[in-house]
Ligand binder design. Structure first.
Ligand code: SF4
Ligand code: SF4
Length: 376
């Protein structure tokens, strides 16, 4: 049984036929602003849904991640008026449907960084949006080109990092509420009255099933890889792609120039990444009102680290590429206990220069192992 079939069964579940699933989604559309996979310009993307028929619940991984729901590309955060300052953020409750396990893992990384779970900094603009977000996750059935989520310790068939989980079947799906929010979504409806209690073919990953009435919350279940979902039995930790190194071992001794060959500094890899979260603040004035806006930024841009005094610590392309890789695989793990790469493969599929972060990290690991063996 592959990891794409292995999953855990937590608590009560409901089998929905295709028609029942569409009726359930239609019901949610009447109550919420729903974001789900839809087709736009011939690409599958997470976007706001207008009609239930637009939702594409199949095995495709949307081209872009859903991070824009909680961390918009451009967001007004403050307004400076003549006598006062006011917050400019506008938020509304959003229901995200069909988030894949890799994107749920990525949201958990963003949570670590932005919500101060580790007692660091709390970003109120992110946290406000996050508090108003309800998420229904969905399984992945087949590996796509460039994906390496299993090597990152993510179970593509299931995740607890959401409020309810849909497991797609040949016709319809199984819905499992995982939190109070996920249960409340359908309270007051009779959608499940004619449905069967599911008996899911599952291979447990070792966790005990949750007792009736005790729904695990987003952070209550230990995972093998911090910031990741439960690891299926078939994935051994020694095969996980992590960079167990200290900065001094890799900063100057790896062939970074070779790794970065072909990079044109377009920034696509960072904008498309579900865990990248760098931003800039810009002020603009109109009719005497100054608006402060937060916009995405990218460490792959030559002027990203340009200081006000004119010094730029990363003038070379390879230095910027090194920063991106080490930020994800060394600095975030050191600071937050989770790797900021889910193996979604988006940067690999979208890079015009053909760069591949998975292969870079695997090569560094292999070089480190060789070096360490030599020194034993
Ligand atoms: S997408 Fe590729 S070419 Fe563009 S900045 Fe990233 S690594 Fe460089
Ligand atoms: S670095 Fe690439 S593979 Fe890793 S999470 Fe970001 S886009 Fe996905």
């Amino acid at each position: 049984m592959s990891a794409y079939e292995m999953r855990a069964n937590f608590g009560s579940s409901h089998i929905l036929t295709g028609n029942q699933l569409r009726a359930a989604l239609d019901d949610l559309l009447q109550k919420f602003t729903v974001v789900a996979p839809v087709m736009a310009d011939n690409k599958l993307v997470y976007d706001e849904v207008k009609a239930v028929g637009d939702i594409v619940l199949d095995d495709g991984l949307p081209y872009k991640s859903p991070k824009e729901i909680v961390f918009p590309r451009v967001e007004a955060v403050m307004r400076f008026l003549e006598n006062r300052v006011e917050e400019a953020q506008v938020i509304k409750p959003v229901l995200l449907v069909g988030a894949k396990p890799c994107d749920l893992a990525a949201m958990k990384v963003l949570d670590e960084v932005f919500t101060g779970e580790q007692g660091r900094y709390k970003d109120s603009f992110y946290s406000n949006r996050r508090d108003f977000l309800t998420i229904i996750g969905m399984n992945c059935r087949e590996k796509k080109a460039g994906c390496f989520c299993e090597e990152r310790g993510i179970n593509p068939a299931f995740s607890l990092d959401c409020d309810g989980f849909l497991t797609l079947q040949d016709d319809g799906a199984v819905y499992e509420p995982l939190t109070e929010k996920g249960t409340d979504l359908f309270s007051g409806t009779d959608l499940f009255s004619g449905t069967d209690e599911a008996s899911i073919n599952s291979a447990s990953h070792g966790d005990e099933p949750v007792q009736d009435g005790a729904k695990p919350d987003r952070h209550s279940v230990e995972s093998e890889g911090p910031g990741m979902g439960p690891v299926p039995d078939g994935v051994k930790l020694e095969k996980m792609l992590v960079l167990e190194a200290i900065e001094g071992e890799v900063f100057n001794s790896m062939p970074w120039e070779k790794y970065a060959e072909g990079c044109i500094g377009c920034g696509t890899c960072t904008f498309i990444c579900p865990t990248c979260h760098c931003f800039n603040l810009r002020d603009s004035e109109k009719n005497g009102i100054v608006t402060r806006t937060r916009v995405w930024d990218s460490c792959m841009y030559p002027k990203f680290t340009l200081h006000a005094g004119g010094h730029n610590p990363r003038t070379k392309k390879y230095e910027r590429f090194r920063q991106r890789v080490l930020h994800k695989y060394l600095y975030i793990p050191e600071n937050y206990g989770c790797t900021a790469c889910t193996g979604c493969g988006r940067c690999i599929r979208s890079c015009p220069g053909g760069l591949n972060i998975r292969n870079t990290v695997a090569d560094i690991r292999s070089q480190l192992e060789t070096k360490r063996e030599v020194h034993v």
